[in-house]
Ligand binder design. Structure first.
Ligand code: PMP
Length: 351
């Protein structure tokens, strides 16, 4: 704590991301993709003219926005890009949720949202999940100052289909509904086709998960022109060059390779379901998942104890030390070999 810190900074509890260990561990704690990015990304990296780094990047990131617009069947003016979806989310909170009506979100969802609320003085109303630990869409109210949730949700893994989201949007028309689709490519259904009819819908996505580019920091939002214009306004007052020229080039190369994208996500889904069965055989309870992770608990063994036991055996998973999640471990889906090692390490711990 420093005397130079503002009172607000002193009170701030920052988001703590999963550990990036220095030693060689099997890393199943931050939902990264276990497979490399598309081969075209490596080629684009090798061929990138270093002289381009001398110049500022295109402030409008036209080339990447065009590529994303084509991918999603929308106009480039309906696409916004930023340094990871975390940055896009931060800009969206500033653009749409800084007013006196509370922002509604599930009690259990991405833990960065409450951090943004504290940072930008957004009042928050947390709503319980339903009895099957799904986001309760009926609980969001018309009077909300906005709605935000991840779909599929994190770290619970369940995703609502597009029809359910459309029903929500037919009810909530007076404020922005922000749907974070960081994990949608692993079995969820995207709400992007609904942006055409719902000017208050903003969908965010990322290159960090299904595109294997977490280190590049590339995220985006798709929505109506008026919402994208709102994001541009905040961005321009903050950093008018959100995406560097190298990230933009590599992002375009990643989008170009559909076969690699499909193969990787199918592999992750297959491994996830195989792992689920094996964990259940060990006596673990595993929540249904449409993501690249599983949320698991053991009826008799402490999750904290399993976390430590796995770490001692060279495997890093995520344990959230919060009231609602203390009994659970979140395990990212790695390669088949990594998941074999996980099951092998868990066998004696669960015996
Ligand atoms: N949303 C959710 C639900 C996440 O789990 C994450 C990753 N921690 C993000 C957004 C942010 O991803 P990125 O900034 O890498 O795009």
């Amino acid at each position: 704590m420093s005397k130079f810190w503002s009172p607000k900074l002193r009170e701030l509890t920052p988001y703590v991301p999963g550990e990036q260990p220095r030693e060689r561990l099997i890393k199943l704690n931050t939902n990264e993709n276990p497979y490399p990015p598309a081969p075209g990304v490596e080629t684009a990296l090798r061929e990138f003219p270093v002289d381009h780094l001398r110049r500022y990047p295109d402030p409008e990131s036209r080339a990447l926005r065009d590529a994303l617009a084509k991918e999603f069947g929308v106009e480039p003016e309906q696409v916004f890009v930023g340094n990871g979806s975390d940055e896009v989310l931060a800009l969206a909170f500033q653009a749409f949720f800084c007013h006196d009506r509370p922002l509604e979100m599930p009690e259990i969802t991405y833990s960065f949202y409450p951090v943004y609320c504290r940072l930008y003085d957004v009042t928050r109303r947390a709503l319980p999940l339903d009895d099957q630990w799904r986001v309760d869409l009926d609980a969001f109210s018309q009077e909300a100052g906005g709605v935000v949730f991840a779909n599929p949700n994190a770290p619970t893994g369940h995703g609502h289909d597009r029809q359910a989201i459309a029903r929500l949007l037919s009810r909530i028309t007076g404020s922005v509904v922000l749907i974070d689709e960081a994990y949608v490519d692993f079995g969820g259904e995207s709400a992007i086709p609904l942006v055409a009819e719902h000017p208050n819908l903003l969908v965010t996505g990322t290159f960090s998960k299904s595109r294997s580019l977490a280190g590049l920091r590339l995220g985006y939002a798709v929505g109506s022109r008026e919402l994208i214009e709102g994001l541009e306004r905040v961005k321009d007052s903050f950093n008018s060059y959100p995406i560097d020229s190298l990230a933009s080039t590599l992002g375009i190369a990643a989008l170009a390779d559909h076969d690699h994208f499909e193969a990787c996500r199918e592999a992750v889904i297959t491994t996830r379901e195989r792992t689920r069965g094996r964990l259940e055989e060990l006596g673990l309870r595993v929540l249904p998942s449409q993501t690249n992770f599983l949320l698991v608990s053991h009826p008799d063994i402490d999750a904290a104890q399993l976390f430590v036991g796995l770490r001692e055996r060279g495997i890093l998973v995520r344990h959230f030390n919060t009231d609602t999640l203390r009994d659970f471990l979140r395990i990212s889906i790695g390669t088949e070999d990594e998941m074999d090692s996980l099951v092998e390490a868990l066998e004696p711990l669960c015996a």
